[in-house]
Design a protein around this ligand. Sequence first.
Ligand code: GLV
Ligand code: MN
Ligand code: MN
Length: 412
Amino acid sequence: MKLEIDQQGLLSELETLATFSDAEPPAVTRIVFTPTDLKARAWMMARCEEAGLAVRQDAIGNIFTRWDGADPAAPAVGTGSHIDAIPNAGKYDGVVGVLGGLEAIRALQRSGFRPKNSIELLVFATEEPTRFGIGCLGSRLLSGTLSAEAAAKLKDRDGESVEEVRRKASFSGQLQDVKLPKSYYKAFVELHIEQGPLLERAKISLGIVKSIAAPASFRIAIEGAGGHAGGVLMPDRKDALCAAAELILAIETAAHASGALDTVATVGVCDVFPGAVNSIPSRVGMTLDIRDTDLARRDGVMKVIERASQGIAAKRQVSIRWELVNADAPADCAPEVREALTDSCRQHGFPFLEMVSRAYHDSLFVSRIAPTGMLFIPCRNGYSHRPDEYAAPEDIARGALVLAGALAKLSA
Ligand code: GLV
Ligand code: MN
Ligand code: MN
């Protein structure tokens, strides 16, 4: 079997997909179920149909595209990722796994390979938490990690629920039906940019993921007292933003103090009310995203943060309310998928690094129902979630080639 990746074609598709964006190039913004995202999805489905894949969408908008195997009733082998993009992102996050996955399938088709198990390319719906405050909605539902009832009620910043938004975007059917049976996939493998600097630093072009870090996220509401920026004396203030500032630094200190580089904590949203130059902030709404490869350590850091939060609330006479959005457990990648990736690398003589994924991925949730693995390629300076995110064409093509080899092994 001679596998060849059409690097030029793959690059040109990647550039075209980047034009479906609500940001000025090179930035890409593609928030799920916006008109831009729906156009990108339609374009993507057309590419899959061109490749002869049978396309279907489920009720949350996960796109399944299938190349039937010799035994179509046998569990499928899945690959894929996402094409939604956070505000002011780059062109590679998720997209490399979707277009690279499609090119891997086309390379297998061109080689004359005939899979025994069907091969499916998935485009997961709403991997990014931008719109509904929680990431991986599509894969959470498909794996049964989140209930249909809980998902339907999630709201975007305009107060529109998932249920309303998906119906408006013409996704019919019941969210309950998104869940897949445990035997649906024989294996799943996701190609993705590393989103960190380790491959580049090691000068190694491929990473085989051993485990995926566990994310938790919270919404935090701080309520103090507003008032006139000139009139209210400093000793009388209950400034919600000053409390927020102190809490953000306490979060940073707690993450540093865990003693492990794998503990990371980020406050990425901070909404100040009323947001006027001459008005003391009375309310702040913020988010905390905290991750670790070790669940117990993450829980320990959370305890430290909670204690700090209570201290700050008492000292500053503000209320600080915490609402848990999600607290997920880490996942180990499946030995058989790691082995398929390892064999595929070795077949081509490509060196690889075994590594941890500090970012979360749909694979974290697919791993709850299927043996799952991930393949990383480097991205320049480890940059991701920013417009200058970049992966070299030869690295993308190499990733697609190794993925194709692994899909062949898993579906033979
Ligand atoms: C995914 O985009 C993540 O935040 O890890
Ligand atoms: Mn992302
Ligand atoms: Mn991603």
